[in-house]
Write a protein that binds this ligand. Sequence first.
Ligand code: PLP
Length: 395
Amino acid sequence: MQYNFDKVIDRFHTASVKWDEQEKLFGQKDLLPLWVADMDFQLPAPVLEAMRARVDHGIFGYTERPESYYEAVIGWMQRRHGWQIQKEWICYCPGVVPALSYLVQSFTKPGEKVMIQPPVYPPFSGVVTANGREVVENPLKYEDGRLTMDFDDMRSKMDPDVKLFILCNPHNPGGRVWTREELTELGNICMENNVMVISDEIHGDLVLKGHTHIPFASISEEFAQHSIVCTAPSKTFNMAGLQTSNIIIANEEWRNAFQHTLNILSLRLTNTFGVVATESAYRYGDEWLDQLLEYLQGNLAFLTSFIESRIPKIKVVQPEATYLVWLDCRELGMDEKSLQRFLLTQAKVAVNQGYTFGQGGEQFIRLNIACPRSILEEGLKRIEQAVNSLQSVAN
Ligand SMILES: Cc1ncc(COP(=O)(O)O)c(C=O)c1O
C-alpha cells in the first residue's frame, strides 16, 4: 500500500511532549516544533490493526514476551542488517536511556569513568553523572562539514579507570553512519584497554541512501563478546510512547549481570501494547519503513536546497542516517544563548540547541525533518524571515 506522509495530523491535546509541552518548556507561544526525536507520522497500517485487535480484546493484564516476539526481533535484525542474533541474547528494557543508566550501574563503580564522543545525545553524559560516575570526553572532529572520530585523542585518554565507552551508532546529532574501519579501530582501542563498548543503535534502521548500518557486534565474534548493542523499534516506527527496547548481549556473564540489575528493579514484564506493536512492526513494517526513508530523503533534499539558496549563512551537515539534521549556524554570529533566544522569539521555531549536546555543539542546532513537508517548509520560512530581518537591522 502507498502511505501518505504529506498528511498533516493534529497532535495537540495528545499529551505529546513535542507539541503540548513546548510552551511550558520554552516559555513561548506559537512555536513550530522541530525538536525532540519523534515523528509526526502515523505507524504502519498493520501495526495499528494489531493494536486495535488487542484493544478489542479488552483485557490488559500482566504481559510476557511470547516466542513470536523474539522470532520477530531476530528476523528483523537478520533481514535488515544481516545480523544473526540468538533469542537468549535479547534482554527487554522499557527504553534505551533507562538501559544505559542500568548498564552504567551494572558495570562501573562510583568514581569510575565512561568515555563518550561529544557533541552527542545529552543523556549519554546525563546517565553517567547522575550515577556518580565520571565522563571522559573524546570530542568528534568537525572538518569540511563532516564529523569524524579522533583516535589519537581516544588512545591518549584511556586509563584503567575508564570502564565503558558509549558509542552512538549511527550518530545523533551528526547523522554519521560509522564505517567498518572506524568501528574496528574504535573496538580495537577499547579491547586493548579492557573497555566495554555499549553501542546505542536506536537510529540504525533509519539509514539514508548509499549508506549501510553496521551493528557493532556483527563485526566479529570478538566484538560480539566485548559489546552490548541497544536497539529499539521506537525511533524507526515512531512508538517512543510504548516504551520498549531490546538490549542485545552475546556475552553470557555480562547478560547475567545486566539481567540482575533489571531483576533488582523488578523489570521483568512488558507493556502490553509495546509487545504487540514491536512484533507487528518487525514482521510487517518493511514496506512502510522503505517509503518513510524515501520521504525523509525528499525532505532532506528540500531542506538542503532551501537553506543553500535562501539562508546561505546556515550550513547543512549532510546526515547519512536519522531524521535529525545538524545545522552549523556559526556565520549568524550569535553566541549559543542569543541563538536560542533568536530562534524562539524571532523565528518561533523550537529546535534542539547544539550546546546541549556538549563540546563542539555550540552555535549549531538540530532540526527534526520527520514531519510533513508543508510543516518543514513553514519552519524554514520562519527561520528565513527571522534571518532576513536580522540583516535588514544590520543594514
Ligand atoms: C541516541 C539515542 N538513544 C536513545 C534515545 C531514546 O531512547 P528511549 O526513548 O528508548 O529511552 C534517543 C532518542 O532520541 C537517541 O537519539
